[in-house]
Design a protein around this ligand. Structure first.
Ligand code: NAD
Length: 294
């Protein structure tokens, strides 16, 4: 299959490489020459423009920073350049409202389009083990599913247009809140004199258990190996967590949903980012709670 791929950064680079590895012809474009050169090295073909990447494609995948980039690329480069038989798949994490506007615009122009944001970071993008949450019509999901399967371990149809983004930000709001709550529990346990490995052994099998505790423990030397054991390098960057929390807060406001825990998580992650910690893994927020991060 001929697949246009636009946005070959930290995530898109690995994803495009996996499509090439699966035998697809990947017509790749990025504004960044080093990103494009890495994709070519990984088996993609070089395109001089995003329009060229979309031309003649059976599918066009975008993996861009935010909604404004996706809207611009769809309007100026993809729609019109890709054949109307192409399925358009946006894997970026963007706001629900923009995802729905883009989907309506693409449908108006005769395209099948889906939003398909991912769970899993750079390592999962490289390993082809992402989870995709897909919003769009059944026919769009059916077309996108085998393409996404070549880049991930799970592809789930979340509902109509924008519902992939809705699932992504609701999930990441939950992650932000549970990560902070898990960090707080460790801070309290330590202050009370409890051994932290003992607390982990108990809580990971008790009612306080969560993914943040059991699989992503924020305390170095406790539980399975996590970014905490690498001085909070790698993993899911605090700046991206804050981005997703902001998207969740904006969507909650639009929808009239009450999300006080999400709002508290956003404020704490904002303070941690303001302290210059945006590049650290999101579990490093324990430092803020210990009075070391602002
Ligand atoms: P990134 O900044 O590394 O990559 C984005 C790429 O898009 C860059 O290479 C940039 O040059 C390119 N780009 C921007 N505008 C363009 C345009 N008009 N035409 C062509 N290329 C353009 O970002 P990333 O970490 O790869 O993240 C991409 C998306 O995935 C974001 O929406 C992010 O929120 C989401 N995401 C990231 C992670 C992660 O761990 N990094 C995890 C899940 C989801």
């Amino acid at each position: 299959m001929k697949i246009g791929f636009i946005g070959l950064g930290n995530m898109g680079g690995g994803m495009a490489a996996n499509l090439a590895r699966a035998g697809h012809t990947v017509q790749a474009f990025d504004l960044s020459e080093p990103a494009l050169a890495r994709a070519v090295e990984a088996g993609c073909s070089r395109c001089a423009t995003a329009r060229e990447a979309a031309a003649g494609a059976d599918a066009v995948v975008t993996m861009l920073p935010a909604g404004a980039h996706v809207a611009q690329v769809y309007r100026e480069c993809v729609v019109g350049a890709a054949p109307s038989s192409a399925v358009l798949i946006d894997c970026s994490t963007i706001d629900v409202a923009t995802a729905q506007v883009i989907a309506a615009y693409a449908a108006d122009q005769g395209y099948l389009a889906v939003d398909a944001p991912v769970s899993g970071g750079i390592a999962a993008a490289q390993a082809g083990s992402l989870t995709f949450m897909v919003g769009g019509p059944d026919a769009g999901f059916a077309r996108a599913e085998p393409i996404l399967a070549a880049m991930g371990k799970a592809v789930i149809h979340a509902g109509g247009a924008g519902m992939g983004q809705a699932a992504k930000i609701a999930n990441n709001m939950l992650l932000g809140a549970t990560m902070i709550a898990t960090c707080e529990a460790f801070v309290l346990a330590k202050a009370l004199g409890l051994d932290l490995a003992t607390f982990y052994a108990i809580s990971s099998q008790a009612s306080g258990q969560s993914w943040s505790m059991t699989s992503y423990c924020p305390v170095p030397g406790v539980g399975p190996e996590t970014p905490a054991d690498r001085d909070y390098q790698g993993g899911f960057a605090t700046a991206l967590m804050l981005k997703d929390l902001k998207l969740a807060m904006a969507a909650a406001q639009d929808a009239g949903a009450s999300v006080p825990m999400g709002a508290a998580a956003e404020a704490l992650y904002q303070a941690f980012v303001n302290g210059g910690n945006g590049a650290l893994d999101c579990s490093a927020i324990i430092r803020l709670l210990e009075g070391r991060g602002a």
